[in-house]
Design a protein. Structure first.
Length: 192
């Protein structure tokens, strides 16, 4: 019995490490959108938290990070509704796994379109199985949000319907060993 308990604790510890490493490796998602971000373009990392995209693009693009909390030294903070930038401030906006945490995400899309000149790149996931729905609900608990926020998760076609401009989407190649939920890239090319 003691060996079984120790084995179980070790297994749980290994699973936690794998989950943590999967969570921290956002670069695999950024690599898939790199071709969509021209060099030397100004980029807003919307909901960028710890400035991971800024660090990824550091020698290539001018990246500004914004979130509802200060996540790194030079990030901006906003009220969750109105971005503190003038119209058409950024060439590209990237929103990576953020919109499903915002109940008023359709209004935020309009705000992103307001401050963007050329292209909005959205990376979102969509749970389409019982297991992926369960994992998504648990995911919200880690962010101190109700499990009902799963209703904020939309199929890519729903995101497309709520965007202006030429919009398409594709399934991402990068995935997660722990989370089988499908990840999508939604590209919204604005028409000026």
């Amino acid at each position: 019995m003691k060996i079984l308990l120790i084995s179980l604790v070790i297994l749980i510890f290994i699973i936690i490490i794998i989950i943590y490493l999967q969570y921290k490796n956002r670069d695999k998602f950024f690599i898939e959108i790199l071709d969509e971000i021209p060099e030397n373009s100004s980029v807003l990392d919307f909901g960028g938290g710890n400035c991971e995209l800024k660090n990824f693009l550091k020698d290539r693009n001018n990246v500004k990070t914004i979130d509802i909390k200060k996540g790194c030294v030079d990030s901006d903070v906003y009220d969750g509704y109105i971005l503190p930038y003038k119209d058409k401030t950024f060439d590209i906006i990237v929103s990576s796994f953020v919109l499903h945490h915002i109940p008023h995400n359709i209004e935020i899309l309009k705000e992103l379109e307001r401050v963007c000149k050329n292209k909005i790149i959205i990376i979102e996931d969509y749970p389409d199985t019982f297991i992926s729905e369960l994992i998504s609900k648990i995911h919200f608990l880690f962010f101190n949000q109700p499990m009902s926020y799963i209703l904020n998760m939309k199929h890519p076609e729903e995101w497309v319907k709520n965007l202006n401009g030429k919009t398409n989407y594709k399934l991402m190649k990068a995935g997660s060993f722990i989370n089988p939920t499908k990840h999508y890239i939604i590209i919204n090319e604005l028409t000026n």
